[in-house]
Design a protein around this ligand. Structure first.
Ligand SMILES: [Zn+2]
Length: 464
C-alpha cells in the first residue's frame, strides 16, 4: 500500500471478505523482480516501479577511501508490490526505510531486496531511503573495461556505463528508467566535487565542503557521474547563454585548455544540425583515473581521461542528444548512441574542411586491415555483453546512417537527424522505433537493403 494512494480493496477481496469475514490488507502484491530482462545485462534494473527522483547525500574521504551515503529514491509502483529490488553492489547497508518506516531487506549479489512494512499499491508513489557506508568498488565489465568507483591520485571518479552506478548508490540501474537527481557531496576542504546538472550550493564548515548539484532533466543512471579531487574550474556561456562548467585536473590543464575552449562553438554547430541542446548546462570533466582509458558522455559534462582531441570532444558532446536525451531502451540499442556520435565526428570533419562523410565511409568500406573489426557483427545485433562497445556498433552504426543519407538526400537526412532527437527528447527508443520513424518520414524510399544488409546483416554488404 502506498502512502499517497487511496486504499481500495480489490473486488475479489471484497467478495472473499463477505464470505470469510477476513481478508488481508486489501492489496495482494507480488515481488517486483530482480531485472528487466535486458538482452545483455538481465539483472540490470528491476521490475515493478519507475523512479522519478534520486536524492543522494554522500560524504567521501579519499585518504581513507571511505564513502558514507544516504539515498532517497522516489518511485511510482507500476503494479501491486509486496517487495522490490534495488541494484546495489558492495558497500554495507545500515538501514532501509519505506515512507519513513523501517523495512526488512536482504542482499543477494547486486540485488538489494526491500520488503516494505505495508504492500505498495499500483500507481502509488513511495520513497525508499537506504543508509550505507564502506569502500566503494571498481567493476570490471564483460569487455574488460573498468567502471564504478575509480580512485584517482587526489580523489575518485564514478563512471557508470553500463552498470557502474550500482557501486555508489542503490537504484534502478537500467537505461530505460530515467529520473531527476539532487546530489549533495561532502569532501575534505580544498577538494572539489563535480557532477551532472548545475551546482546550486557550496559551503564549507569545520574543514569539510559540501557541494550541491541539481539535475532537473531526466537522466539515466549510467550517465550520472561524480568527480572528486583537485580541479581547475572554468565557467563561461555559449552565445545563447547556456552555462559551460569545465573541471580539469591541474596536470591536464595546459593540454586541455585549447580544445575545451571549442565547447561553445561545437554546441552551436551541433544545435544547427541536431536541434536545440537538450539540457540546461554543458561542459567537461578531465581527470586521470588509473583505471579508465575511455571518454564517457556523462550528462551535461562528458568525462575525458586526459586532454581530448576535437573529434572525441564532438563525439561526447553530440551524445547529449543521442544517448543522454534519446536514450536506448536496452543495451542492444547501443548503436543508436554510438552510430550517431561517430557520424557526428564525420559531419564535423566534413563541415570543417576535412574529409567528407562519403570519403570516411569509402575509406572504412575499403580498409581491409580493419575488416575483422568493422564487419564482425551487425550493429543492431551485438553477439554478447562484451560487444556492446565494439567497433561495429560505432563505425558500422555510422555507416547505416550514411546509407540512409544516400537514400534520402542531404536535406531530408538532416531533417531526420533533428526529428529523431526531437521525437524522443528526454525519452527512450529502440532500433525498431528508429527504422519505423525513418520509413514514416521518408515515404516512397526503399530501405529494405539498408536494414537487411547494413543494420542486421552479417559480414560486409555488397556495394550497391
Ligand atoms: Zn560514444
Amino acid at each position: 500500500m502506498s502512502r499517497s494512494a487511496p486504499v481500495v480493496p480489490s473486488a475479489a477481496c471484497v467478495l472473499l471478505a463477505l464470505a470469510l469475514t477476513a481478508c488481508g490488507g486489501g492489496v495482494h502484491g507480488t515481488p517486483g523482480g530482480y531485472g528487466l530482462r535486458d538482452p545483455y545485462f538481465p539483472r540490470a534494473g528491476n521490475g515493478g516501479y519507475d523512479v522519478t527522483h534520486y536524492g543522494l547525500r554522500l560524504s567521501y574521504d579519499p585518504g581513507a577511501h571511505h564513502l558514507t551515503g544516504s539515498a532517497t529514491v522516489t518511485a511510482r509502483a507500476t503494479r501491486d508490490l509486496s517487495a522490490f529490488d534495488l541494484d546495489f553492489k558492495g558497500l554495507d547497508v545500515a538501514e532501509v526505510t519505506v515512507d519513513g518506516e523501517s523495512a526488512r531487506w536482504h542482499r543477494t549479489g547486486q540485488e538489494l531486496t526491500v520488503r516494505p512494512p505495508d504492500e505498495l499499491e499500483k500507481g502509488g508513489t513511495f520513497r525508499v531511503t537506504v543508509r550505507y557506508s564502506g569502500a566503494p568498488v571498481t567493476i570490471t565489465d564483460p569487455d574488460g573495461s573498468e567502471e564504478g568507483w575509480l580512485r584517482t591520485a587526489d580523489g575518485a571518479l564514478a563512471l557508470g556505463e553500463p552498470v557502474g552506478s550500482t557501486a555508489w548508490f542503490p537504484g534502478n540501474h537500467h537505461p530505460s528508467d530515467k529520473a531527476s537527481y539532487d546530489l549533495e557531496v561532502t569532501v575534505p576542504e580544498g577538494l572539489q566535487a563535480v557532477s551532472d546538472g548545475e551546482l546550486t550550493d557550496r559551503r564549507t564548515r569545520a574543514g569539510r565542503t559540501t557541494f550541491t548539484w541539481h539535475t532537473g532533466e531526466p537522466m539515466a543512471s549510467y550517465v550520472a557521474t561524480l568527480a572528486i579531487g583537485d580541479f581547475e574550474i572554468s565557467r563561461s556561456t555559449t552565445r545563447d547563454g547556456l552555462p559551460v562548467y569545465v573541471a580539469v585536473d591541474p596536470d591536464q590543464a595546459r593540454a586541455s585548455r585549447p580544445v575545451l575552449a571549442k565547447i561553445p562553438g561545437i554546441i552551436e554547430w551541433a544545435q544547427d544540425i541536431f536541434g536545440p541542446y537538450p539540457f540546461s548546462s554543458t561542459g567537461a570533466i578531465v581527470d586521470r583515473p588509473g583505471d579508465a582509458g575511455y571518454a564517457l558522455e556523462t550528462q551535461n559534462r562528458p568525462f575525458f581521461p586526459g586532454a581530448p582531441d576535437t573529434g572525441t570532444l564532438v563525439h561526447e558532446l553530440v551524445h547529449q542528444w543521442y544517448g543522454d536525451s534519446v536514450t536506448p531502451r536496452t543495451w542492444r540499442d547501443m548503436w543508436l548512441n554510438e552510430g550517431f556520435a561517430t557520424y557526428a565526428e564525420w559531419l564535423w570533419r566534413e563541415d570543417h574542411g576535412g574529409d567528407t562523410a562519403q570519403q570516411t565511409f569509402d575509406a572504412l568500406y575499403e580498409d581491409d586491415g580493419a575488416a575483422d573489426r568493422i564487419w564482425a557483427f551487425p550493429p543492431a545485433k551485438p553477439p554478447g555483453a562484451a560487444d556492446v562497445s565494439a567497433s561495429p556498433v560505432y563505425q558500422r552504426g555510422a555507416m547505416v546512417l550514411h546509407k540512409i543519407r544516400q537514400t534520402v538526400g542531404d536535406e531530408a537526412f538532416r531533417s531526420l537527424l533533428r526529428g529523431w532527437a526531437s521525437a524522443h527528447r528526454h525519452g527512450n527508443a529502440d532500433t525498431r522505433d528508429f527504422t519505423a520513424y525513418v520509413e514514416k518520414r521518408a515515404p516512397g524510399k526503399d530501405f529494405t537493403r539498408v536494414w537487411r544488409d547494413w543494420l542486421y546483416g552479417d559480414g560486409r554488404p555488397d556495394r550497391p
